[in-house]
Design a protein. Structure first.
Length: 488
């Protein structure tokens, strides 16, 4: 039996220009600057800086102008244009490719940085202090290269032995590799090259000056690691027959250790990418003032040379096919430059109007910085205010930073859902998370509060929230369960 179905689907397709505009809107300041430089280099018809005089008052390279009048019988005229003069990238002066449109208030100075030494290179350098044979050094360097960024050797010794044989032509055995691994364990930071957390903590403790508390801590990690990780302190007290104070001192020694020795080196030596705020909010005479980072508002114009070249062609009586192709190329560059200038203007307007709406929506917060005054706000609230699509607001919120009197913030942090308090009023989930965090910080760590008790406390404060919601917010705040928050 044959059945026919009629399926109507309404779909909207974005043009390539709209897609490019969305990508431009999503770019943060530094990435936008790089995109601008690339466009200036790729399109010689686009120039940076203010134009000496506005030459074209109308669209002189519209699709309906004279260069569409070509005929197959037209011949080359005496006033043939030398296109190569205009299209050579080498002829474009350097000043036309430089970004010089920063706001006077922008800090334009570059901070010099010393060339950082990578974590793995530092470990290799330390090997120079050991007396090793060529074979031992090759094994040691291979082991260093197998250590991850946290400082751990996650691969098994048999796998490493096989890998060295297949990829490096280094033939050895597990016993030799284990011996060289002990050398790696003597490198700094202590704990590097460990195969798991237990070994990492033991290596660090054994590098410390021995005391009764260090020795007890070593015994606990070596023989009672599971009881320690689960914070079964009563079991440890019975096992070692010691006072609570002595156990507390030993645990304090363990808590001083670094579970990610590689991470410490990385954070102190890596040049962290600087966050450049896209907006600035200031309080001027009790009123909020919003400014867009000057680097997001470049002054661009169409190349005078390209406009004159097109005009010269229009004035020419004789036209040929070769000239037609060349001028079509010129027009394409001019069209592209004009579109890019318009896209930048649209980007500026979109960024400013979106952040301006957010600033006014959260006016109470921006005036005094109290996080509990952040109102419930979703993307649709702002999209409805400014008449833009939710996806456009999302692109601004997820990738842009704003400098405020209270620090530089990622804009999406101001968005939150609403919940009802006991008065039936809408309150921000950010406010509830802030109160939950405060309650946990002030709890008795010897008897941390389970989720049901946390729910009761927030209910008493006027926030009737279910236990499962408390668990959800606790996880979002990276707060462990009550048992793991326990301190002796």
């Amino acid at each position: 039996m044959l059945k026919q179905f009629l399926n109507l689907k309404l779909s909207q397709k974005l043009s390539p220009q709209q897609i490019q505009l969305m990508k431009l809107i999503q770019l943060p300041t530094q990435a936008f600057e790089q995109r601008l430089k690339e466009e200036l280099i790729e399109n010689p018809a686009l120039e940076n800086g203010k134009e000496e005089e506005e030459l074209y008052q109308k669209d002189e390279f519209d699709n309906n102008d004279e260069y569409n009048e070509f005929d197959d019988n037209e011949s080359i005229g005496a006033e043939e244009i030398n296109i190569d003069e205009y299209l050579s990238d080498d002829e474009t002066p350097d000043y036309k490719l430089q970004t010089n449109n920063y706001n006077e208030d922008d800090d334009d100075r570059e901070t010099p940085f010393a060339e950082p030494v990578s974590f793995h290179q530092d470990l290799v350098n330390q090997l120079n202090t050991f007396i090793l044979s060529d074979e031992q050094r090759d094994i040691a360097e291979f082991l260093v290269g197998s250590i991850d960024d946290d400082g751990y050797l996650r691969r098994s010794i048999p796998d490493i032995v096989d890998d060295m044989a297949f990829t490096q032509g280094i033939y050895t055995d597990e016993k030799t590799v284990e011996k060289i691994l002990h050398v790696i364990h003597d490198l700094e930071p202590s704990g590097v090259g460990a195969r798991d957390l237990q070994e990492c903590l033991l290596l660090q403790l054994k590098h410390k000056t021995p005391t009764e508390y260090i020795e007890l801590a070593i015994d606990i990690i070596e023989n009672q690691f599971e009881a320690f990780t689960k914070k079964h302190y009563e079991k440890l007290l019975l096992r070692y027959e010691i006072t609570q104070e002595r156990l507390k001192k030993a645990i304090e020694e363990i808590e001083k250790l670094n579970p990610k020795p590689g991470g410490t080196f990385d954070s102190s030596n890596r040049v962290v990418e600087q966050v450049v705020p896209d907006f600035t909010i200031r309080i001027v005479e009790g009123e909020l003032e919003l400014t867009l980072n000057g680097r997001n508002a470049p002054t661009l114009h169409i190349s005078k040379d390209y406009q004159e070249m097109l005009q010269t062609y229009k004035d020419s009586r004789d036209k040929s096919h070769s000239q037609k192709d060349a001028v079509q190329f010129i027009k394409q560059k001019l069209d592209s430059a004009k579109w890019f200038i318009d896209a930048i203007r649209q980007r500026q307007e979109t960024l400013f109007v979106t952040m301006n709406a957010i600033m006014h929506f959260q006016q109470e917060y921006f005036l005094d910085g109290e996080e509990t005054k952040l109102k419930p706000m979703i993307l649709k609230d702002i999209a409805d205010m400014i008449g833009l699509d939710i996806s456009t607001v999302s692109r601004v919120a997820n990738s842009k930073y704003v400098e405020t009197p209270y620090g530089t913030k990622l804009i999406k942090e101001f968005f939150s859902e609403a919940m009802k308090n006991d008065q039936g009023e809408d309150v921000s989930t950010l406010e509830i998370k802030k109160i939950l965090k405060t309650v946990v910080e002030e709890e008795d760590k010897s008897k941390p509060l389970p989720d049901d008790q946390l729910a009761e406390i927030l209910k008493e404060k006027g926030y009737p929230i279910a236990r499962r919601t408390i668990a959800k917010y606790r996880e979002l705040l990276d707060i462990p369960v009550a048992r793991m928050r326990k301190k002796i």
